[in-house]
Ligand binder design. Sequence first.
Ligand code: ABU
Length: 459
Amino acid sequence: MQALEIKQTLNKLMQVIEDYLLANDHAQTAVLNYRPAHLLKEDLNLEIGASGIPLNDLFADIELYLKNSVRTSHPLYFNQLNGGLQLPSFIGDIISALSNTTMATYEVSPVASLMEKELIKKVNYAIGWEMGEGIMTSGGSNSNLQALLCARQKFFPEFKAEGLSNAKLAVFVSSQAHYSFGKALNILGFGTSNLFLVEADEQGRMIPEALKSAISGARIKGYLPLFIGATSGTTVYGAFDPLQAIAKIAREENLWLHVDGAWGGIVLFSEKYRQLIAGVDRADSFCWDAHKTLGAPLMSSFFTTKHKGILKDTNGLETGGEYIFHGYADEVLDSGTQSLQCGRRVDALKVWLLWKFYGDQGLDDFIDSRFALAKYATETIINHPELELLHQPEYLNICFIVKNFDTKELRKKLIQEGKTMVNYSHGPNGERFFRLVVHNSQTSKESLDQFFNLLTNQN
Ligand code: ABU
């Protein structure tokens, strides 16, 4: 490609990006332009022909892509635990694509390897694991899988070479834990039925006494209890499991304790809200997704552990990687031997840039600002005659209903209108409710007012 063509194309691209992001400020910009798949297919011209087309012509497809995608950076987007726009990390993601390297070895990703180590150190220091280690992963699910593998390695190192034998390894998480634990048990060959779902209280927190009896019950039935997965910030209720009590049980029973803080782990960096995660230092491993509450682009996921060396013991292989890992650098910087992946994209840059931009105090202030929004949303619901709060939020999840409306039907209508997007879940008896999450960095009190107006002006 000639220099002039590169220049013209990039100018055009910058214009597309600018128009897209600035449109979020226009009151009339929709969050989504919902089209059923059969109609969308007709609009998109998906077929790839035998002959190519000029790059310039692909901009029409890019415009169509953006027009028909959900605007997760919109202030009224609340559907998933990722969303919002953090410009420093958006830039970081573009620069990662520009240099397009892999994290496998220090020699191909020198700066990113050092940045990743710095970020891991910051997370571990915040926990109190000065001697710990960690790795960025492809998401919270992958971090939970990694935690299970580390636990297996610590207690049953022989399984790495020999396989599981007939061991019935038991894993304990609360009934509100993320479904990735079930997936991980499937992948690892532990068997999904070896996942014990421990009862949670009405706020969605694991009940320690129920955990204790689930472990003894499993032992009686011939299981080998291995792992407790506590959650700091459950996806639906935003509940924080009581880590001190759970850590005590983990120690008594000699089990690995992992804290899934993918969603709520950010409170680690908040002076005011850190107490929600008190006891995390007594765990063996921890994970946190900066693409969730902090709003960095997907994926920005951290797995950390206090057991130095365990990642290489768990993921490293004796042979096969010699052609990549030449040992030029300090071995610990060749993180490919510590990861489940071979090729691994640079996720560190976008998080490092964002954290550098904020500083520790700015990050703390950002967390405070999201809790303030959660309080505002909660009060609005309590004071609104047509809304009903289901329970007092512990975090940024606000579960509520719109009286006299079927939640599922109302959500469908909202999606068709395209002005906002919010998810719903259901309680133990199938009763549906909205799950509003207020982490989106673009959301303000005014956006929340608009959101509640949209929900309550439906007649
Ligand atoms: N681990 C992704 C969770 C997505 C969500 O609850 O919206």
